[in-house]
Design a protein around this ligand. Structure first.
Ligand SMILES: Nc1ncnc2c1ncn2[C@@H]1O[C@H](COP(=O)(O)OP(=O)(O)OP(=O)(O)O)[C@@H](O)[C@H]1O
Ligand SMILES: CC(C)(CO)[C@@H](O)C(=O)[O-]
Ligand code: BAL
Length: 300
C-alpha cells in the first residue's frame, strides 16, 4: 500500500494506475477505521482493481462547538487495517493541503441538507458536499463507496453527482453492525459502559418501526410514534429526531410505499449517534401481503 499526503503525488500514483488499465474505486473516510470502513474497502476491491482510501477529518463539516478537536484518531491502526483489507493507495492530506486558502466555493443542496441531521447541523452537509466534490476531483474514480449508515450523506452525494454530471458511480453499502445491532461508528468510542449497553436500543426502535410496517401499518406518523416511544423509554437517550422520509428527496413520507428511510439521531452521553433502515415497500393490490425489503448494496 502506498501512502500519499499531497494532491500532486496522489495524482501521479493514480495516473500510473490508470495507465496500467486499472479500474479505480474510492472510499472517503475520516479515519479511526472499523469494520464498517473495512466492508466499504472490501466491496470496492471486489468491483475495482485499484482501491484508494482517503483519511481526512474535514473541519468544514464541523460547526463550532462540535467534536472536531476530539474526533478520534489512530493513524497507525488505520494503516494496518487498510493493508489487511486490500487498499492500494491511502491519501492522507493535512488541512493545509486540502485548504491552502479558505475555500470560497461551496456546494449546497438546500432541500436535502436542511432535513434530518441538517436541522441540528445546518452547515454540515455543505462541508461534506464540498469536500467530497474536491476528493472526487482529485481521485477521479469510476466508483465511490459510501455507507448507508450515513443515509442523508449518501442521498446528498448521489444527487450532487447526478446534478453536476460527475463521471462516477456512487455505491451505497449496507450498514455493518455490532452483534447486538448497534451500527459501527467511530463515535461509539465516546460511550461509557452503561451508555454502550443502552445504544443497541436505537436499532431495536428502528426494528419495531419496520415490524409495524410488515404488519400492515400504513400511516408514517404511527410508525414514527412507535420508534419514538421506544427511544423515549430509554432514560439516557435524548432524541434529536425520528423521521420517516422518502429516500428520493428526504421529505416526510406521505405514505408507506416505495423507497423510504426510517431515520433516527440521538444524543447519548458525549456522542450523537445516527442510524436508519432503508426499505423498499411494495403494497399489494389484490389482497396479497405487502412486501417489505431491506435495500441492499447498490447494483454495480
Ligand atoms: N457501520 C457502518 N457500516 C457501513 N459503512 C459505514 C459504517 N460506519 C461508517 N460507514 C461509512 O464509512 C464512511 C466514512 O465514515 P466516517 O469515517 O465518518 O465513519 P463513521 O464511523 O461514520 O464516523 P462517525 O462516528 O463520525 O459517524 C462513510 O461513507 C460512512 O457512511
Ligand atoms: C464523506 C466524508 C469522508 C467527507 O468528509 C465524511 O463525511 C465521512 O466520513 O462520512
Ligand atoms: N460520517 C459522518 C461524518 C460527520 O458526522 O461529520
Amino acid at each position: 500500500m502506498r501512502i500519499t499526503c499531497t494532491i500532486q503525488e496522489t495524482r501521479e500514483r493514480l495516473a500510473e494506475a490508470k495507465a496500467a488499465g486499472k479500474k479505480i474505486g474510492f472510499v472517503p473516510t475520516m479515519g479511526y477505521l472499523h469494520e464498517g470502513h473495512a466492508r466499504l474497502v472490501e466491496v470496492a476491491g471486489k468491483h475495482c482493481d485499484f482501491v484508494v482510501v482517503s483519511i481526512f477529518v474535514n473541519p468544514t463539516q464541523f460547526a463550532p462547538g462540535e467534536d472536531l478537536s476530539t474526533y478520534p484518531r489512530d493513524a497507525e491502526r488505520d494503516e494496518a487495517l487498510l493493508k489487511k483489507v486490500g487498499c492500494q493507495l491511502l491519501f492522507r492530506p493535512d488541512e493545509k493541503e486540502m485548504y491552502p486558502t479558505p475555500s470560497l466555493t461551496r456546494i449546497e443542496l438546500p432541500e436535502l441538507a436542511s432535513q434530518l441531521c441538517g436541522k441540528s447541523r445546518p452547515t454540515h452537509f455543505q462541508g461534506v458536499a464540498t469536500v467530497v466534490a474536491k476528493l472526487l476531483h482529485i481521485v477521479q474514480p469510476e466508483f465511490a463507496f459510501f455507507g448507508m449508515k450515513d443515509g442523508q450523506q449518501l442521498a446528498i452525494v448521489k444527487r450532487m453527482v447526478e446534478d453536476l454530471n460527475f463521471p462516477v458511480q456512487i455505491i451505497g453499502v449496507p450498514t455493518v453492525r455490532e452483534e447486538d445491532g448497534l451500527a459501527k461508528s467511530s463515535r461509539n468510542v465516546y460511550l461509557n459502559e452503561h451508555q454502550r449497553q443502552t445504544a443497541p436500543q436505537i436499532y431495536q426502535a428502528l426494528l419495531k418501526g419496520k415490524a409495524a410496517i410488515e404488519a400492515g401499518e400504513t400511516d408514517p406518523n404511527r410508525v414514527r410514534q412507535i420508534i419514538y416511544s421506544h427511544l423515549q423509554d430509554q432514560p439516557e437517550l435524548r432524541i434529536d429526531y425520528v423521521e420517516v422520509v422518502r429516500l428520493s428527496d428526504l421529505q416526510p413520507a406521505a405514505q408507506i410505499e416505495g423507497d423510504i428511510m426510517l431515520a433516527v439521531a440521538v444524543y447519548l452521553g458525549k456522542a450523537r449517534l445516527i442510524d436508519n433502515l432503508q426499505l423498499h415497500v411494495k403494497n399489494s393490490t389484490s389482497g396479497q401481503r405487502r412486501q417489505v425489503l431491506d435495500k441492499g448494496l447498490d447494483i454495480l
